[in-house]
Ligand binder design. Sequence first.
Ligand code: BMA
Length: 368
Amino acid sequence: MKTAIYLLASFCLCFNAAAQEQVLSFQKSTTPETKHLLSTLTEGADKGIMFGHQDDPLYGIGWEFKTGDSDVRRVCGDFPAVMGFDLGEIELGKSENLDEVPFELIREEVIAQYHRGGISTISWHVANPLTGGSSWDVSDTTVVTSVLPGGSCHEKFTGWMDLLADFILSLETADGIKVPVLFRPWHEHTGSWFWWGQNLCSKEQYKSLWVMVSEYLHARGVQNVLYAYSPGIEPLNTDQYLERYPGSEIIDLLGFDYYQSKHGDYTGQMQRLLTIMTSIGKKYGKPIAITETGFGTIPDSNWWTKTLLPLMEKYPISYVLVWRNTDKQENHYFTPYPGQASEEDFVKFYQHPKTLFAKDIKSLFQSK
Ligand code: BMA
């Protein structure tokens, strides 16, 4: 018992020191398939820009949970190169995520996307472990401290990380290959709408969150994961972008999230962040991506070729991902569906040599 307590105490001490210096206590190890994913993300940018869509094969406008369906495919005949999925509420032991998607289906679709030669990225709108609320519950500013080692919710959160690890480890093909994924937790942290946001924790605490999760997944033997860092649009320069960067030892891809709205200078803001990321990406040797974007309901029928594509062409971007199409929420769709105003323009966008979809990835990268 004493030995166990000692080991635990020394682990905590080492952990804290490691967190402060941002030095991991382990050498990151990845499977050959995970390395292949990293090279696809990195080299992809020379060949074109991969298109991504959140929850693409799960549901869309007017349909739900039909194998092989996708609004993107219904419009252009191909699946996106990148698919995003969310594990929010897996930590609560539920069988469905916060958007009522069965985790079993997510698992199947991640594996199907791998067989297609495509990429899956996973976000985690994790519940608030201290208040019992959602990711968006920012009523308490001590949540991050509470989950770190020594905090009142640390043990509970360790259990949550176990459920996360179980899921990532369960992403396995019939012949036993662990499917690699790009994990993107703690996103949009430069805003203050999630419990891990800018005004809810210090920069050291935020970085420690990253160290804790990556160390824990490593300790659980998870090697089929890469990590994406994705603040919001707030950073005005490279220093601000990197203010809470947990370090190149952990992070594999740099991104940011930003959406167009009816007002505001979308192109100008995007250019600012893309310029910042391009220089950091080059300096650190990391691929860069637009990890979330879109123009809700796409009211501009030429948005794909006149707004998004010109932005994508100017920077060495690996992929761009637009958010989900759901009719459970009013006006919440980000790709066209048959009959939507931007359908024709999306087909032009698809046909453009610079954009890459699932079939392109399969032929370019010879994936399984
Ligand atoms: C948000 C919205 C929410 C959803 C969440 C996680 O941006 O789409 O409705 O619950 O993403 O997918």
